[in-house]
Design a protein around this ligand. Structure first.
Ligand SMILES: [Zn+2]
Length: 326
């Protein structure tokens, strides 16, 4: 019977599952709604049922499982610890449950690290040894791979670029409890917040005509208004790109990576984001030759997490520590 690995990407709204042979051939994929209201154990039941069906349909044998899941996690103990979007997953023993059900090794990591691994092996990070991954979406997350290994750090806290402080005085309050984090400028919800504050203060903008109610303004609205050359939106966007350049510049100075991969819904703005970012970076990086650092968009979109979960599974099966070797 052909041996396969399973990757599971758990998010607040959907769960993606993929099966792949050890030779790298994808043989099945499913998406399930997260249905947070039915509780962690019943969601686990649905995921394992889907995997069982996929194994039977393809007449294959499962040899390992990789899981990407929102933080906080206790990776060593294999526990999920009440992430904001999965509130009742408290001390949820996800690794043990899958181990008991399928009798195979199971490895867990956070969703940002899984997405980074996906990009590293299958996407924009292919061929590099040292990469930084940043996701600019509802929040700002990230991760670091050095010589093919994910840097986890104390309490698995490494790589949280979104919570580096870029506005020490008068910065906005952040979900992490701090103020002035990079996330409070660049995250989608904060781009929208800054636009709303100025619109509510009566500043003129095309955005007023694009929405029926100021509360409908999202980062996407602001980006669309930038494309239409709106002054207010352009000022907010310029500030966003400039602060992102501070954050990205600082991590380039610290890590000297070969590539910085930027994903997430805000990064879908494409060159509208990358062009000013590349323009501002030299102002904030003096020690590293920037022409040697690729600043590139993520390539896998919504698939990066499940692809990374497959890499985790393969790594677990082969017991490899050098991810780039597989
Ligand atoms: Zn923060």
């Amino acid at each position: 019977m052909n041996k396969v690995i399973a990757g599971i990407d758990i998010g607040g709204t959907k769960i993606a599952i993929a099966l792949e042979t050890l030779e790298g051939e994808k043989i099945g994929a499913r998406r399930l709604p997260s249905e947070v209201e039915i509780g962690a154990y019943r969601i686990f039941g649905k995921i394992s049922q889907a995997i069982t069906e996929m194994l039977e349909e393809n007449q294959v044998e499962l040899v390992s499982v990789g899981i990407g899941c929102p933080s906080p996690l206790d990776i060593e103990k294999g526990l999920v610890m009440s992430p904001a979007n999965l509130p009742d997953w408290d001390n949820f023993p996800i690794v043990k449950l899958f181990q008991d059900r399928f009798r195979v090794p199971v490895i867990l990591d956070n969703d940002a690290n899984a997405a980074m691994l996906g990009e590293y092996v299958y996407g924009a990070g292919r061929g590099f040894k040292n990469v930084v991954y940043i996701t600019v979406s509802t929040g700002v997350g990230g991760g670091i791979i050095i010589n093919g290994e994910i840097i986890h750090g104390v309490a698995n806290g490494a790589g949280e670029l979104g919570h580096t402080i870029v506005q020490p005085d008068g910065g906005a309050h952040c979900n992490c409890g701090s103020t002035g984090c990079l996330e409070t400028i660049c995250a989608g919800i904060h781009i929208a917040r800054r636009a709303k504050e100025r619109l509510e203060a009566g500043e003129p903008s095309l955005i007023n005509e694009m929405v029926s109610n100021i509360n409908e303004v999202t980062a996407k609205t602001v980006i669309e208004a930038v494309r239409r050359k709106d002054k207010l939106a352009t000022e907010i966007w310029t500030e966003t790109c400039r602060f992102l350049a501070i954050g990205v510049g600082n991590i380039i100075t610290l890590i000297a990576p070969e590539a910085v991969i930027i994903g997430g819904s805000v990064a879908l703005a494409g060159e509208l984001l990358f062009k000013p970012l590349r323009l501002y970076l030299p102002e904030f990086v003096s020690m590293i030759p920037l022409e040697k650092v690729a600043i590139v968009p993520a390539e896998l979109g919504g698939e990066s997490g499940v692809c990374g979960a497959l890499v985790l599974a393969k790594r677990s099966y082969k017991n490899l520590y050098q991810i780039h070797a597989i």
